[in-house]
Write a new protein. Structure first.
Length: 625
């Protein structure tokens, strides 16, 4: 004990016995040549002895520590002959208890519902930390020899608030913490469990009562920089590890981040769904597992990899889904690393891609598909021989693609899109594409084989294809369509012959046509009959009526009729279709011109009609005689 006592030293000690008490002052109290307390004033109101043994149960004590003055009430026992002493301090209505003795370098502190607002706010408010009703409970030990502070029992806290800006807010934070800090070595180790309160960090919102987090970390000084190694864990769905360097002015560099999400459903419910909603992907369903590995050199992102394990994703609004998605997406700033994904099924903007895989590289702002790929779609496929994209993160993304479509049944495509069912198949060549500010434009015409004819889609552009209210625009020219294939699945009756047409200024918004200038007409072709069925007449005539001398009763003896020509046009604007055909006048037009006995002409008398009504009447009309 005497050996330990010699490590404590004081300077400029002054002891005075006054009326009604004893006053002791000293300039400094040090431990092993290290200043601990300054300007110490001790007053015992009792007329008691000072030497060789001094004891006082209710002394007042004031001192300066780190340029702050503190005033306390304490109980003391000092043996001046041996140099032994013991101090027990109780302050703030017994919220704080401190014990120290000459036999130990430890200052033991016990906090019991310590009112942090009254005691700590003045020190923390300059840093943006506010502590209304914050409470701290636990026990600590300050080792003045090593200048380290350690939690003996978990330090429980509640009511902690922090507001840096409108986008960085912590409210009602509560939990418990264990830590060890060394002031000389500037080192800190901690473990924190957050179980109460809320946090908003830019787009990230966390309710800790629903999503408890355990934080661990270590900070140590390496020259002018500090190294931080830490982790965040939620037992049900998340494990995150991070390493970075920072300095005294909070500049950082060389960040490494690894996040494992082993329950994507739980993580999405509590964390990810809010972020996805802000970026227009609200309502996304997730399950499975995924991981993210990212690295920054200095403050520049140099690489990030996403690993997927049996992932499921569905966003009905944006027509996106994935089933059993497995593999890695590896992006590097400089080196080209291989990426590979495989899936059971995939849906992109409503287009279903069946079981397949894709190998590619992501390097800087460039994407390159590694060799030819075949992606099964419905009962056909899309063969991609080349697919390259440049300037991925700019408003003028470049695309270079060579691809062809193996025959795909139109019935399957139209059923998927919710359109009227069509017969036949679609195939053709896909030209190159470019992208500018979410608008994809085709660099040349899209040539398709459909309904045993040829369709040329020119000036094709797609805006926000995977976003809200996608827009598709194009000019369409087609020749030689087999009318029997086109009409047999529309429900208004069979028409045979060959059909040509042109659709200028076509615009489809949110998968609904809202503008076009279209004209379709039949072309006499050698060896091809031109007939129209009774059912087709019944339905088409709903647009105006049948003009002719043949009675309704007589017509019933015929299943179909020959025609000379069919022509129909529509200029759609503001949901109104201006209809035309042959022999247009102000109040009538001819749709079908007869070509045999009996001679059937279908004449329309309504030139303007609501678009939705026009489609409904064209496809679902009744015979008008």
């Amino acid at each position: 004990m005497p050996t330990q006592a010699k490590k404590w030293q004081l300077s400029e000690l002054d002891i005075q016995s006054q009326q009604g008490g004893v006053m002791i002052t000293m300039e400094t109290l040090t431990y092993v040549d290290k200043a601990v307390l300054n300007k110490i004033n001790y007053f015992c109101p009792d007329a008691i002895s000072l030497y060789p043994l001094h004891q006082c149960k209710s002394a007042t004590f004031s001192f300066d520590y780190q340029q702050q003055n503190h005033q306390l009430t304490l109980s003391t026992k000092v043996n001046f002959a041996s140099g032994d002493w013991f101090i027990s301090l109780s302050a703030f209505n017994q919220q704080l208890l401190v014990e120290a003795s000459s036999s130990s370098p430890l200052l033991n502190m016990v906090l019991f519902e310590f009112n942090a607002k009254d005691r700590l706010s003045q020190h923390l408010e300059p840093f943006g930390v506010v502590l209304p009703d914050a409470k701290l409970t636990g026990s600590l030990a300050l080792d003045v020899e090593s200048m380290s502070l350690t939690s003996i029992t978990p330090l429980q806290f509640s009511g902690l608030n922090y507001e840096y800006s409108d986008d960085v807010i912590v409210a009602g934070l509560g939990g418990e913490m264990n830590f060890t800090s060394n002031f000389n070595n500037k080192a800190l180790q901690y473990g924190i469990e957050l179980a109460q309160g809320e946090m908003l960090l830019n787009e990230l919102y966390v309710d800790f009562s629903q999503y408890t987090l355990a934080l661990t970390g270590e900070i140590k000084q390496l020259g002018e920089w500090y190294e931080f190694i830490g982790g965040i864990e939620n037992q049900q769905s998340l494990s995150l590890e991070a390493q970075l360097f920072f300095n005294d002015i909070m500049q950082w560099r060389d960040l490494k981040l690894k996040a494992d999400v082993f329950d994507a459903f739980h993580f999405n419910q509590n964390i990810l769904s809010g972020i996805l909603g802000i970026y227009g992907f609200g309502g996304t369903e997730l399950s499975g597992q995924f991981a993210v590995n990212a690295q920054w050199l200095e403050q520049t992102l140099s690489g990030v990899a996403f690993d997927f394990n049996d992932m499921y994703m569905l966003n009905e609004r944006r027509k996106l889904s994935a089933e059993s998605l497995t593999g890695r997406v590896n992006w590097q700033l400089t080196a080209a690393e291989q990426s590979k994904l495989a899936w059971q099924s995939l849906e992109l903007a409503g287009l279903p891609v069946q079981q397949a895989e894709a190998a590619f590289s992501l390097n800087g702002a460039d994407f390159l598909l590694s060799g030819p790929h075949t992606f099964p779609v419905f009962d056909g496929a899309i063969d991609v021989t080349n697919w390259q994209m440049n300037d991925l993160f700019s408003d003028a993304m470049g695309l270079n693609m060579k691809a062809s479509i193996r025959p795909i049944s139109l019935r399957l495509i139209t059923a998927k899109m919710g359109w009227p069912l069509m017969a036949g198949k679609i195939s053709g060549i896909i030209p190159g594409m470019s992208m500018n500010d979410e608008v994809i434009e085709f660099q040349g015409a899209l040539n398709l084989d459909v309904f045993e004819g040829i369709m040329v889609v020119d000036h094709l552009s797609m805006e926000r294809l995977f976003g809200v209210a996608p827009v598709i625009a194009a000019d369409v020219d087609f020749k030689g369509f087999d009318l029997s294939l086109l009409t047999e699945t529309f429900g208004f009756g069979l028409i045979t012959g060959k059909l040509n047409g042109i659709i200028n200024g076509l615009r489809i918004t949110n998968w609904k046509t809202d503008r076009l200038d279209a004209e379709v007409y039949t072309v006499k072709t050698k060896g091809i009959k031109q007939t129209i069925s009774q059912r087709a007449i019944d339905n088409i005539s709903s647009l105006g009526g049948i003009q002719g001398a043949i009675s309704k009763t007589f017509l019933r003896f015929f299943d179909d009729f020959r025609y000379s020509k069919i022509k129909l046009s529509c200029k759609l604007h503001n949901s109104v279709c201006e209809i035309g055909g042959m022999k247009n006048t102000s109040n009538q037009f001819t749709i079908v011109e007869g070509g045999g006995i009996p001679n059937i002409n279908i004449v329309g008398y309504v030139r303007s009609i609501n678009w939705d009504e026009f489609i409904s009447r064209l496809l679902n009309a009744n015979y008008e005689g």
